[in-house]
Design a protein around this ligand. Structure first.
Ligand SMILES: Cc1ncc(COP(=O)(O)O)c(C=O)c1O
Length: 284
């Protein structure tokens, strides 16, 4: 349930059923953590939204207005989730062809925090999904509104003990989780898939890559095969809401939880990247 919303700046506006975000998934979105009444990693989220809008040929999102509206919705909430949807607006009834003069629609919705068991930050069990991510360089990296591959993958399991499913590309290399990016550490090397053909370039992924040097880690962007996971010293998953979950098993094969995950979690908590992490660590 939404706690509050603004649709093109209005709390009481409705979305037209012809909105191309709804009919074709023609738009982009962001899921933003709010901690202490402030949207976190805002600039990273806006960079990805801009890149997505640019790639889809949408009019440039009004960043100053989005910031103002996001602050307005975030202010009353200590910890919350802010979703921003930016669509091409209503079509002109001519099918897929985008209207020559689109009137984009922005929707900002504040939700309460999800309830997540605290032990997930100690380590999670994952599975391998059957549904594969298709290769599509034109859409890879951006957070567009077509998420059917993830919907199918997330429908594959109902066991609450399984926290996340890993998704493979057509060649069988791991791309990411259904709603998370994946990292592995081997020695002093941090490995993460390149996401040039599939996947979402997460804002937390970007934050982690920016920390690597300070942690004395060399970054390698390459695909990982599921059978290579047991060779890794540690594996972890990231997104804006959870921050980071260490992975303790994939498809019942156990993996060690290591020190890189722990130091990144500490840095995230210090920087208040997500309110869930603060809660999980016993902070107010
Ligand atoms: C498919 C997918 N990949 C990766 C991510 C992680 O992105 P971020 O770090 O920006 O939250 C998400 C977030 O929901 C996602 O849905």
């Amino acid at each position: 349930m939404a706690e509050a919303q603004l649709i093109n700046g209005r709390a009481d506006a409705a979305v037209a059923p012809e909105d191309r975000g709804l009919t074709y998934g023609d738009g982009v979105f962001e899921t933003i953590a709010i901690a202490d009444g402030q949207p976190r990693l805002w600039d990273y989220h806006m960079d990805r939204l801009l890149e997505g809008a640019h790639r889809l040929g949408l009019p440039e999102p009004p960043l100053a207005t989005l910031r103002e509206e996001a602050r307005y919705l975030a202010r009353p909430a200590g910890g919350a989730v802010l979703k921003i949807y930016y669509t091409r607006g209503v079509g002109d009834g001519r099918g897929y062809r985008p209207p020559a003069q689109p009137e984009p629609r922005r929707m900002l919705i504040r939700h309460g925090l999800p309830a997540i068991p605290e032990e997930r930050w100690e380590g999670v069990d994952c599975r391998l999904c059957q549904v594969r991510l298709s290769a599509q360089p034109a859409l890879a990296g951006i957070k567009h509104l077509n998420r059917l591959e993830q919907v199918l993958a997330r429908s594959e399991w109902h066991d609450p003990a399984v926290a996340e499913g890993l998704m493979l590309d057509p060649d069988g290399l791991i791309v990411e989780g259904t709603a998370t990016n994946i990292f592995a550490v081997r020695g002093r090397t941090l490995v993460t898939p390149p996401l040039a053909e599939a996947g979402v370039t997460g804002v937390v992924r970007r934050w982690i890559l920016a920390q690597a040097e300070a942690l004395g880690l060399r970054v390698e962007q390459r695909g990982i095969r599921p059978e290579q996971l047991p060779e890794m010293d540690e594996v972890f998953l990231t997104n804006s809401l959870i921050g980071l979950w260490p992975v303790r098993s994939v498809a019942s094969r156990e993996l060690p939880v290591g020190t890189v995950s722990r130091s990144l979690l500490e840095r995230m908590a210090e920087q208040r990247l997500t309110p869930l992490l603060g809660q999980a660590r016993g902070q107010p």
